[in-house]
Design a binder for this molecule. Structure first.
Ligand code: 9MR
Ligand code: 9MR
Length: 588
């Protein structure tokens, strides 16, 4: 180094180092608390800072590894905050660092390294293991969160709403396994639908990555990838929810009302299967059709299972042809049947999208054109973000993913479909880098709602679909911005994944976490996040859309966890891990 710059550097260190070391930890510097890929964009967001320099330093603040200038003042309207971005994308060195802003403080520490989100993908997948019903969780897999088996569900009653000639009310059925839906202990077919579709799609899209993704579950040493072993735990339960007499599927397996905040093995209240519904039956048909083609690759390990899945799927589809509009309307049901059922309804007043999803999955698996033409698959040009009650786009993802195997009837529609996915991703991506938190999530205040964390993760999935169609890394970078959101770069400063990051939820609305006497919540569970609806009536620090988050057990509207929220996070983290070398800024 020439003399003058070297002297200046020395002077710089002499002048700055002591004040830097003296700074305090602050949570006004918001960033992905887990970390960054060496070649990918790296951004921290500073709340309420004046313009000036920022530094990336070692955690002891003794060594500066990067110096930058804070960006222009920005306003986060949904949080009424003013922010400046600290962009240190140019820092590619691996290590553990903090971001430091003079007079503001220094951030939680984070890593820059390859595979930096592998632990997040593993933890979020492992979250499902902790949700398993009907099996003990021994220390070898569950660590300090070990617990006895809960809810064997080997003696479940047919509710009066579900009575049929072959199965009158009170008939005892066995319907074990599956995952607890959320912070409650019930099992809902509709919500299993999108959850299973998302996990199976992850495997279908990234089989090689999934094969090496290990979550330390009892099946980790068998020939199946852990993500499929975990999905099988729920799939086997789903199969029991179909009435073999007619192919219809019960809407849910549930208590009459929510259990108290106790461990799962402490509950003995009766469990019921309630009425069959068209939505549940079609979601079941879609999942089982997809499972059939995915598990076909493991025919040797699981003899006959792929065939059973397809048979069950076809029967469910056939039931729905005869019963195209049996909606689940819990309040109406309770006027007629006893006992009243007041757990999660997952009621949906339109099943058009469920028909599309089931038809598409059955078509892709069987290659029978009659499924492709059974319902209009493209009623309009919209690509709606998937939710438990809007599953149309899951059909589109599967069609595009499997386009090379489709019959001539479907092929002409595929370029148009890909273009629509791209258009939808463009709308998400547009202008996000100018946002106060520089994330896709939160561009519109309506992104914040019950389960908004899943909105962020599902936006990420849509962006990854656009990447797969175009190979344009900007879509991946946009998807990464939402993973950054979930892991801490947001107006609350929380990483919304239990056990990941420095400041993460401590009091999720999750019965085992509350009742187990262990201080730390069960890890790997994604909380719903800010929700200005605040339907639980609990105390919130703010009513603003991006800040209406309450880390209290009371708050089921912002701090519950749910299987349909974890799945897109597993997908997002795993997909970005699989594609991490593609995250580089595009070279012109
Ligand atoms: O614990 C329940 C949670 O899983 C649901 O998402 C939520 C909304 O349906 O309801 C929770 O149960 C609450 C019930 O609705 C009202 N009484 C208090 C219950 C929470 O302890
Ligand atoms: O995720 C569901 C959300 O979209 C609904 O607005 C809310 C109220 O109906 O219910 C949520 O689902 C809950 C389910 O009803 C019961 N188990 C917990 C789920 C997550 O809060």
């Amino acid at each position: 180094m020439p003399l003058l710059p070297r002297l200046l550097l020395l002077l710089n260190m002499m002048l700055l180092t002591p004040p830097l070391v003296a700074q305090h930890l602050t949570d006004s510097i918001r960033l992905n608390q887990v970390g960054f890929y060496p070649a990918a964009p790296k951004v921290a967001v500073v709340v309420g800072a004046a313009a000036g320099p920022f530094y990336v330093t070692t955690p002891d603040r003794a060594t500066i590894v990067f110096t930058g200038q804070l960006g222009e003042l920005r306003t986060a309207e949904s949080a009424e905050q003013q922010t400046r971005v600290a962009d240190f994308s140019a820092l590619t060195r691996s290590g553990t660092f903090v971001v430091l802003v003079p007079k503001v403080g220094y951030s939680y520490s984070f890593r820059i390294q390859p595979k930096v989100h592998e632990g997040v993908a593993q933890a979020a997948l492992k979250g499902y293991y902790y949700q398993r019903t009907a099996t003990p969780l021994p220390t070898a897999y569950a660590g300090q969160w070990n617990r006895p088996a809960g809810h064997p569900d080997t003696r479940v009653l047919v509710h009066t709403s579900a009575a049929s000639a072959a199965r009158p009310a009170g008939t005892v059925l066995s319907s074990p396994r599956g995952w607890y839906d959320a912070g409650d202990y019930n099992k809902y077919i509709v919500n299993s639908g999108i959850t299973m579709g998302t996990l199976l799609s992850l495997y279908e899209e990234f089989p090689a990555y999934c094969t090496q993704l290990k979550a330390n579950i009892p099946e980790s040493r068998n020939a199946l990838p852990d993500v499929l072993d975990e999905a099988l735990w729920n799939l086997r339960w789903m199969l029991t929810m179909q009435d073999p007499n007619d192919g219809g599927v019960y809407h849910k397996l549930t208590n009459a009302s929510f259990d108290g905040m106790v461990m799962p093995d402490q509950v003995t209240t009766p469990r019921y299967v309630v009425q069959k519904s068209t939505a549940a039956t079609l979601d079941f048909a879609a999942v089982l059709a997809q499972a059939s083609r995915v598990l076909r690759r493991f025919d040797r390990q699981l003899p006959g299972l792929a065939d059973s899945c397809l048979r069950a799927s076809r029967q469910a589809w056939d039931w729905a042809q005869v019963h195209p509009a049996v909606l689940y309307q819990q309040d109406e049901m309770n006027k007629q049947f006893q006992p009243p059922i007041v757990t999660g309804a997952y009621g949906d007043d339109s099943v058009k999208d469920e028909f599309i999803w089931a038809a598409a999955e059955l078509y892709i698996t069987t290659k029978e054109d009659r499924y492709y033409s059974a319902v209009p698959l493209f009623p309009d040009e919209h690509v709606l973000l998937p939710t438990w009650n809007q599953v149309r786009t899951l059909a589109y993802y599967s069609l595009v993913r499997n386009k090379a195997t489709l019959t001539p009837v479907a092929r002409p529609a595929m370029p148009k479909l890909e273009a629509r996915l791209r258009t939808a991703a463009d709308a998400l991506q547009q202008n996000y880098t100018a946002q106060a938190y520089q994330t896709v999530m939160g561009k519109t205040a309506t992104d914040y709602s019950w389960g908004g964390s899943a909105t962020a993760a599902n936006q990420g999935i849509l962006l990854i679909q656009a990447y797969r169609v175009t190979n344009n890394p900007q879509y991946l970078q946009a998807a990464l911005s939402n993973l950054d959101y979930l892991l801490g770069r947001n107006a609350t400063g929380y990483s919304f994944l239990t056990g990941s990051g420095t400041k993460s939820p401590q009091h999720p609305h999750h019965r085992p976490s509350e009742a187990d006497g262990i201080a730390a919540p069960v890890p790997g569970l994604l909380v719903g996040g800010p929700n200005p609806g605040r339907q639980d009536g609990c105390a919130y620090p703010s009513a603003l859309p991006a800040l209406a988050y309450s880390d209290t057990v009371c708050s089921y509207a912002s701090n519950e966890i749910a299987i349909n929220w974890n799945a897109p996070l597993v997908y997002l983290a795993a997909a970005l891990e699989a594609l991490q070398t593609k995250l580089k800024p595009q070279t012109k």
